[in-house]
Ligand binder design. Structure first.
Ligand code: FE2
Length: 300
């Protein structure tokens, strides 16, 4: 059944909403679900936006049809949904995980699949959510699938997720330069990463548009720098000079400078306000708007 049929069926149940409005509200609710992970994990500000943006770019470069680009963007935004079920002690651990902790992390794709179940658009995201840690050499998880047994969407999201993890700064380590991350992807072509798509991604790394994604949390908005933890503070597009922002890791308080970019430290910490995350509904609306044109032809 394609999306249009799904909406037409839903319309018979609620005839007062036009199809287009229902479609974009369904997609909005799916992305809102994904944002729960962004709110829980203090170290991944902007990760969903970056992985969605990189995946869209790679899908377009691979010459995929608009409905596939749409499905891949949605899958990329949702891919880590299951991390909502991972305990803080593991999700927020600074440094290497031990064997038991790694076993816990490896449950997040299946947790994500269970959380998606029942959403009317679950089929659009389930391959990315369940299979983004599978690798062509069969050493990935949860099933150890190989090569083309891994759906295209999961191979694309797997590359973009790994690249973003390597190039993003955490409070306990600085993000790797793009050139080094690209070397690692090149060295793992055909093993950790799909050879053809990975090669395309390597070509994209010299693309000027990539520089506007790395280290950003939204189009044109770089991550702001916490003096102690590095560039991990998300500045919402709606934030104005004088507004208060908090480092999600150390909870230091900053105000947005009035005349230039950057933050001014107030010298205070406010854990309660730093932890009071809220979804960036503006950003979600824009990602919904980018996906809608391809959705009429998506099968669900
Ligand atoms: Fe993941």
């Amino acid at each position: 059944m394609n999306l249009l049929s799904l909406w037409q069926r839903a319309r018979r149940k609620a005839p007062d909403l036009p199809d287009a409005q229902r479609a974009d509200r369904l997609l909005f609710s799916l992305f809102l679900l994904a944002w729960a992970v962004e709110a829980r994990d203090p170290y991944t500000g902007g990760h969903l936006w970056r992985v969605a943006r990189l995946s869209r770019l790679l899908a377009e470069t691979a010459g995929l049809a608009p409905q596939e680009v749409c499905r891949i963007t949605i899958g990329a935004f949702l891919h880590d949904l299951g991390k909502i079920g991972i305990p803080d002690a593991v999700l927020g651990k600074k440094g290497k995980l031990d064997g038991d902790e790694y076993a816990v992390i490896k449950t997040h794709p299946e947790i994500g699949l269970r959380m998606l179940a029942g959403h009317p658009l679950a089929a659009l995201a389930q391959d990315a959510v369940l299979l983004h840690h599978e690798t062509p050499d069969g050493r990935g998880y949860p099933y150890g699938r190989r090569g083309d047994d891994i759906p295209l969407v999961a191979r694309i999201v797997g590359i973009c997720d790994a690249f973003d993890a390597m190039t993003s700064t955490r409070p306990y380590r600085t993000g790797m330069p793009v050139a080094r991350a690209i070397e690692i992807i090149e060295s793992e072509l055909g093993r950790q990463f799909d050879a053809r798509l990975g090669q395309l991604f390597v070509g994209l790394a010299r693309h000027p548009e990539l520089a506007h994604i790395v280290g950003h949390s939204d189009a044109g908005i770089p991550l702001e720098r916490c003096a102690a933890c590095g560039p991990i503070v998300v500045r919402p597009r709606s934030a104005k000079p004088g507004d208060t922002l908090y480092c999600p890791a150390c909870h230091s308080e900053y105000t947005i400078a009035s005349t230039s970019t950057g933050l001014l430290a107030t010298g205070k910490r406010n854990t309660a306000r730093a932890l009071a995350a809220s979804p960036d509904t503006d950003l979600i609306e824009r990602v919904v708007g980018e996906c809608l044109p391809g959705m009429d032809h998506c099968s669900v």
